[in-house]
Design a protein. Structure first.
Lengths: 225, 230
């Protein structure tokens, strides 16, 4: 089985280093930027594995080769971008990490997941700080890609139900809280907001006329009384 | 003829040990002991060498008994511009009150009142920084400079009496003082909130917001970007 890996972030390269040891892989190439991908003869490979790759894969790619990635939500939900942040802010602590297949749809506003097919999934826990969540996602990505390779080519694709609810991708201004907004929130909502924006993401901040206070690390304790 | 000053250093906090490490090899002194715990101090308290000239306490949390202060010259470094901010939690109390510049003061440990002894020297201290580690670094830098100068002058240097009637005294802060009720958040400015958070970073009890249900959000790390020109 010959695979093209797409990865450039540190965690994604760690996943690549682990998955490439799968004994079913007989040939591989690693692309760390789009130009390298354009130079690959895709007809010589069986599969593209995209690990945290930000660029859309165009029709020129998806029409030639099966391409898969992982998404950290119970799709169809949170398929428009920033799924980790939106789920945490919405109070979700248990979700799924799923393998989906890339298709290209120029009219879709969704991020990557233009069709509704997934093959493998594992549970993902979104409680804790961002370090805990990313550590977990690295491990579950390795599990998911290895399972996919083990099962290939007998992949059982399943379709997830379509949802009309749209949660738009977060933009930088969404990371700002004013005093008035804070006073409408409780401590759990504040905790979820700030922990979803811990490093490596741009931190959440409180703004007034004197400046911006970036909240880099928080902890939450429930009243046991 | 004796040419060097015999000094015993007492300190247990990380920043205090860093100061001791940087001044204990001063060419004018003999470091005849470094005491790093209260148990070690109590064990040695009755047997300090008669040749001891100075016992220097850095960030020490326990009162020194008169039998020691009357027999030896006991000095301490206090991170405030004495007689202002005598007493407990001087760093926190100054920062929470909006001070960004202060002093470290070298004083004689008095027998009666806390931080009320004679003043030998002072040096500038910046209270700026997003966390207490940065403040500790300012204290280390300022104290090392102050002590090196002191040791270069001693014994040809005289202290001046402290007039505590012109100063202020604060009690040591308690963990419950780190609480801001969420409803009270509207009463404080962002800079006041920032000051409370940054002076209560680890190892101090972190500032926390408490809501009506009694749940607590601890703020552990922040960064402030001012929109005002310096």
């Amino acid at each position: 089985m010959k695979i093209v890996f797409l990865a450039y972030r540190d965690w994604a390269l760690d996943v690549y280093k682990s998955v490439k040891k799968n004994p079913k892989i007989t040939g591989l190439v690693l692309c760390t930027h789009s130009k390298q991908l354009r130079d690959v003869d895709l007809t010589a490979y069986d599969l593209i594995i995209s690990i945290g790759w930000s660029d859309e894969l165009g029709e020129d790619v998806t029409s030639q080769i099966e391409a898969i990635g992982v998404h950290c939500a119970e799709l169809d939900r949170y398929s428009y971008g920033t799924p980790i942040q939106l789920q945490i802010i919405d109070g979700i602590t248990r979700t799924k990490h799923r393998i989906f297949s890339f298709t290209h749809d120029p009219d879709s506003k969704r991020a990557h997941t233009h069709n509704r097919l997934y093959s493998h999934e594992v549970d993902l826990d979104l409680s804790g700080n961002m370090t805990d969540i990313l550590y977990q996602m690295k491990a579950t990505s390795i599990v998911l890609f290895n399972r996919y390779i083990d099962d290939f080519p007998n992949i059982n694709w399943q379709e997830w139900p379509e949802e009309k609810v749209v949660r738009h991708k977060r933009v930088p201004i969404d990371s700002c809280l004013t005093k008035d907004i804070i006073l409408k929130m409780n401590t759990k909502e504040l905790y979820n907001f700030f922990r979803s924006l811990e490093e490596p993401y741009p931190n959440g901040y409180i703004k007034d006329e004197y400046g911006k206070l970036y909240i880099k690390k928080v902890e939450y304790r429930v009243n046991e009384d | 003829m004796k040419t060097k000053t015999n000094v015993i250093f007492c300190g247990y906090r990380e920043w205090a040990l860093k100061i001791i490490e940087q001044v204990s090899d001063h060419s004018n002194i003999n470091s005849i002991g470094v005491i790093k715990t209260i148990d070690e101090y109590r064990e040695k308290e009755s047997n300090f060498s008669e040749d001891t000239d100075i016992i220097l306490f850095l960030g020490w949390s326990w009162i020194i008994p008169p039998k020691v202060t009357s027999k030896f010259l006991c000095l301490g470094v206090h991170p405030s511009d004495l007689p202002q901010y005598r007493g407990g939690s001087p760093i926190q109390n100054q920062i929470i009150n909006g001070l960004t510049e202060s002093k470290v003061t070298l004083m004689t440990l008095s027998e009666n009142k806390l931080d009320a002894g004679d003043i030998w020297l002072k040096n500038k201290l910046s209270l700026k920084g997003d966390n207490i580690d940065k403040i500790f670094n300012h204290i280390i830098e300022s104290s090392v400079s102050l002590l090196n100068y002191f040791f270069s002058q001693f014994p040809n240097i005289e202290p001046i009496k402290q007039d505590i009637s012109k100063g202020t005294y604060f009690k040591r802060r308690q963990p419950k003082d780190s609480c801001i009720f969420l409803d009270d958040f509207k009463k404080i400015s962002l800079v006041e909130f920032y000051n409370q958070v940054r002076c209560l970073t680890y190892p101090y009890p972190n500032l926390y917001l408490e809501d009506k249900a009694g749940n607590k959000l601890y703020i552990k790390e922040v960064e402030f970007i001012s929109s005002q020109k310096e």
